[in-house]
Write a new protein. Structure first.
Length: 189
């Protein structure tokens, strides 16, 4: 299984103004640093929860042996799936083909095969199927749950305060961050 980010989120869930207010920074001298910490906090929180916060496009590539033909669904990594953009496979002629979206539907974080459909016949052992999809709570920061944004602000503050530290305590997340993110956490199957 290969998972690749195709399109980054257009915005961050937390703005620079919100981060500056939370960290009590009243100068523009650290704006670049805080901007990078916002991105780092989002990436950490997304990785911890296995969710996408602001809409972003992902591409999942499966080998033949990772694709279970006996199953009627495929779990899509990165929760909050909004839509499936495409489902491409390699047919018996070893040419790429599109599996029509009338054959499947989205159900939570799964691509589910419709009752009247069957999986296509694949020819490749490696990189047999590629599914592209959009995941996230929406295109705007106000769609992201407040608890997630609060966890990000706490993490930004933690990173900012400890930006020059070289101790192992920097690697340990404050309890409040994980406590706020825990209810949103998905688990890989």
């Amino acid at each position: 299984m290969q998972l690749a980010l195709v399109t980054l989120p257009a915005t961050e869930p937390v703005t620079l103004v919100e981060a500056k207010l939370y960290t009590k920074v009243d100068t523009s001298a650290d704006d670049d640093l805080l901007t990078s910490l916002i991105t780092a906090a989002r990436q950490y929180a997304e990785q911890y929860t296995l969710r996408a916060f602001i809409n972003q496009t992902w591409q999942l590539t499966l080998d033949y042996d990772e694709f279970c033909l006996d199953s009627r669904f495929i779990n899509l990594p990165r929760g909050n799936i909004q839509s499936i953009t495409s489902f491409t496979y390699y047919n018996t002629d070893n040419t790429s083909a599109v599996f029509a979206n009338t054959n499947y539907r989205l159900s939570d974080n799964r691509l589910v095969l419709n009752d009247s459909a069957d999986w296509p016949v694949f020819s490749r052992l490696y990189n047999a199927v590629t599914i592209e999809y959009v995941a996230g709570y929406g295109t705007a920061a106000d769609k992201v749950p407040r608890s997630i944004k609060q966890a990000m602000l706490m993490l930004i503050d933690h990173y900012y305060i400890n930006r020059n530290a070289a101790t192992s305590s920097v690697n340990q997340m404050p309890f409040g961050v994980t406590a706020l993110l825990q209810p949103f956490r998905l688990f890989a199957l």
